[in-house]
Design a protein. Sequence first.
Length: 383
Amino acid sequence: MAAFEEVTRAGSYAPLPDDWHVALCDVRNSTAAVAAGKYKNVNTIGAAAITAVLNAAGSLDVPFSFEGDGCVLCVPPRLLDDTRAALAMTQQIARDSFGLELRIATVPVARIREAGFYVRVARYGVSEHYVQAVFAGGGIAYADGLIKDPATARQYEIEPGSVNPRGSHDGLECRWQDIPSRYGETVSLMVRALDPDADRAAALYRDVIARVREIYGDDDACHPLSVPELAMTLSGGRLGNEVGVRAAGSGPLGRWLALMRTRCIVALGWILMRLRVRTAETDWGRYKEALVRNSDVRKFVDIYRQILAGTGAQRETLNRWLEERYAGGELIYGLHVTDRAHMTCLVFNYAGRHLHFIDGADGGLFLAARAFKERARQMAKGQ
């Protein structure tokens, strides 16, 4: 797909084979973690899980989505053991480096199909070097419910000690300061259409996408990143997210050495970009532009999500429109407002294969989801 609107077309999707598996992870007690100021740690662990599985997959194309406080991936049977081991390694790091408890699980696609749901996947070309997976059919949401329901969770969760943790987190980078909004606000938005008829639900999603564009402008105008606002960091606290993952288990001295090495790399990167040096690795003068193009700011995983930069007036206009449709029983939505975006990066090749997960700072997508769930509860009470 070249245009994001095509996520609303049934013909854009293909079903996953029944012998594949959906791998999921999320941070337990995310509310407490975010309240304690650990939202960057939470984001990092979600991205780290994706990194580890992609490293295990090698050249195999694995559909995935970053979910803010976790992630979802779809893997074939031959990658299942490596995926479970990579998730177990990430779970161990989450606990040891950040004091976070990561729930990890795999659900067979066949089990999802038996329940009457589907995992349908499409490919959206974000840029020349980043093709994003989008999901429909209700299967991902159903799998997420299975692993969180106490009655079924034990069948699918990967319990600590049941798998030998192994894997690589090479490529994970957290080297940028939070990115201030050009217009004052960074909004994390999520919307789910409620109509059980797929065609009518698709039409509503098209309306949502069109209304966001009408209010906020085109993709460039509302993008939460802009080249002038991108700045690397030498902060030990910020770089500690990357170091906590990539130097996990190396002891205090090993982590300190890793931090010093990372600071040197950041300083070198700043010089290369400042002087617009072209090397065999990449054209550093254009790296920030490529970073913006390769960023993950909009997705569809049974629910529409987007990170937007805009003004308070734009957000109020959008909120009124969404509230009217919520009151009419057409949709449920949640949004979170802050003044900046947070970025976690996967860099496998500086010349092309690098992608950047974007979330609103202070807990963006997670807090939008909390508002979403509260509206869902209120709607259920009113019925």
